[in-house]
Design a protein around this ligand. Structure first.
Ligand code: TXA
Ligand code: MG
Length: 312
């Protein structure tokens, strides 16, 4: 079911066609194999979470072929310019302000105003990005909680039958995920393929470190990023007249995450519909019950954060 594609022009154009069709394609980078999806396509990105069985919507890293392309999606400050010049292509992801018209799915950024972006240093990854000609969102190509894959066979072992294809480019050089750095001020968010010391030498300054799971830039921990302005009540089958219902399944509601009860569709719509509820001025939001399996667990995780008591 999952194709193994060779890293030649024919294989890469087949892989790019699958990405354009919204399918998932694993591909080698110098760090680990990434599970790629078109970063502009909500449904494709939601498919990443489904395939990995990821319990929550962590934001994802966008992959682009070069610095010029990255400028279309994010804005660079001086530190970021220097680091990109020194380390791209390479195992460094920079977290930078998302441009207003970037067109990146909110499922990639988890609704944050920033985007983690990098230029991979691998001929096959580069070949795929050039052939596809668009931004590719890619976490490591393993089921959630399992070890990151550094060969195509590792990817098949974890995800066979759940994704469109694997481009087999042999073993990854780095085998450790990219270093993640927030740029204002330069702050290490994840240790990875490029040592902090090398970044510090480049910047001529020491980095702040923020590696705790509760760090404010690890947005999965923060309720406020997912909370609409109105109050939120969950698991509601009988909304009051004051409440605006965010529906799921066959219910009568002004907004419905998925009338057919499809969890991938619901995940793709979630952040967008929370924004729409704000735009509508909804003061009291009720949400239909959503099954707690598969992507439903991630959707419910975000909705519980949205419904949690807030600091006022
Ligand atoms: O080497 C890598 O980085 C691999 C290859 C495929 O490129 N990708 C990877 O992605 O490791 P993933 O999804 O496992 O890690 C993404 C990390 C998460 O820990 C997430 O919290 C952080 O990046 N991240 C993404 N966007 C962020 C943002 N806007 N702010 C802060 N952290 C962000
Ligand atoms: Mg990972």
């Amino acid at each position: 079911m999952t194709l193994r594609l060779s890293p030649d022009p024919a294989g890469l154009s087949q892989a790019a066609a699958l990405l354009r069709a919204g399918d998932l394609v694993a591909f080698p980078t110098e760090t680990v194999y990434g599970l790629g999806a078109d970063a502009r396509n909500d449904t494709a990105v939601a498919g990443i979470y489904a395939a990995k069985g990821r319990p929550s919507f962590n934001p994802l890293i966008a992959h682009v072929p070069d610095l010029q392309t990255a400028r279309r999606y994010v804005t660079f400050n001086d530190a970021a310019e220097r680091l990109a010049a020194a380390f791209w292509p390479g195992a460094l992801s920079l977290v930078l302000p998302l441009r207003a018209e970037a067109g990146i799915s909110k499922l990639v950024t988890a609704g944050l105003p920033t985007l983690a972006i990098r230029v991979p240093d691998h001929p096959v990854g580069q070949g795929l990005l050039a052939t596809f000609d668009g931004p590719v969102a890619a976490p490591s190509a393993n089921p959630s909680g399992r070890i990151s894959p550094t060969t195509a066979d590792h990817v098949f072992a974890g995800l066979d039958g759940r994704i469109g294809a694997v481009v087999d480019g042999g073993a990854c050089g780095v085998g450790l995920e990219s270093t993640i750095l927030a740029c204002d001020p330069p702050t290490l968010l994840r240790a990875g393929g490029i040592p902090a010391e090398a970044l510090e030498a480049c910047l001529g300054a020491s980095l702040a470190h923020d590696l705790t799971p509760q760090n404010p830039q690890a947005p999965g921990q923060l309720a406020s990023h997912y909370a609409p302005r109105g109050s939120v009540r969950l698991c509601v089958t009988d909304p009051t007249p004051e409440e605006t219902l965010l529906g799921f399944g066959a219910v009568d509601a002004p907004l419905n995450l998925s009338p057919s009860g499809d969890l991938i569709e619901a995940a793709a719509h979630l952040f967008d519909m929370l924004h729409q509820l704000d735009a509508m001025g909804a003061r009291h939001i009720a949400v239909s019950p959503i099954p707690d399996h598969g992507l439903g667990a991630a959707i419910n995780d975000r909705l519980r954060r949205a419904a949690a008591p807030r600091a006022t």
